[in-house]
Design a protein. Sequence first.
Length: 200
Amino acid sequence: MDQNYTLLNDFNVQVEERRILIRLGYKPKSSQVNSSVGQYIEEFKKKLPQLIRPKAVYTLLDYEETNKHPVFKGAQKIALCLCTIGPELEKECSHYTEKNEILKAFVLDSFGSEAAEDIARQSDRIIAQRAREMGLWPSKRFSPGYGIWNIKEQKYVFDVLPSDKVGVRLTDTFMMVPRKSVSYRINFFPDKESSTRSFK
C-alpha cells in the first residue's frame, strides 16, 4: 500500500528510575534497592544514549483507506505508527546474558522497554497534536493484541507503513524485531465523546 508517511527521529528519551525499579519488581517509593541494581541503573543512565537509535514512522488514513476492521469504525481519520529504539541495546543485553551477567542484562532490558515506551508517548503527543490541528479529537493509543484488535493485525500495520525506514521487521508469529519496538493506532473523531469512549 503506497501511503504518505512521516518519519520522526528527533526524540529526547527520558527514562525515569522509578519506572525501572517497578519493572524490576520493586514497590513504588521503595528505599531498599539492591546495591548491584542501583549501580547498574546509574551505569545505564549514562550509557543509554549510546545504545538507542530512536525512530518512528506514522501515516494518516481515511476510514475508507483502511481494511475496515471494527476498531476503526466511526473514525474520521486513523493514525498508524511504528516506533523503535533500534537493535543495539538488545545486542548488549545478549552480550551480558552470554557472560552470565543475568541481573545486568535484566536491568538493561528494563531500560530498553522504558525507552521504547517513552518514544511511543512522544510520538503519540505529536500525532494527537496533528488531530487537534485538523479540528479532530484523538483517542488513546492502542496496539495490536489489545481487545478485538488481534495481534495478527500487526501484519496490516506493516503492510501500510514502510517499516524498513525505521529498521523493524515482522516475524511469522507477528513479533517485531528489534523487540524494543511499539506499533499502535490512534483514531481521530469529530467529537470528544467518541474519542474518549472505551474500545474493546
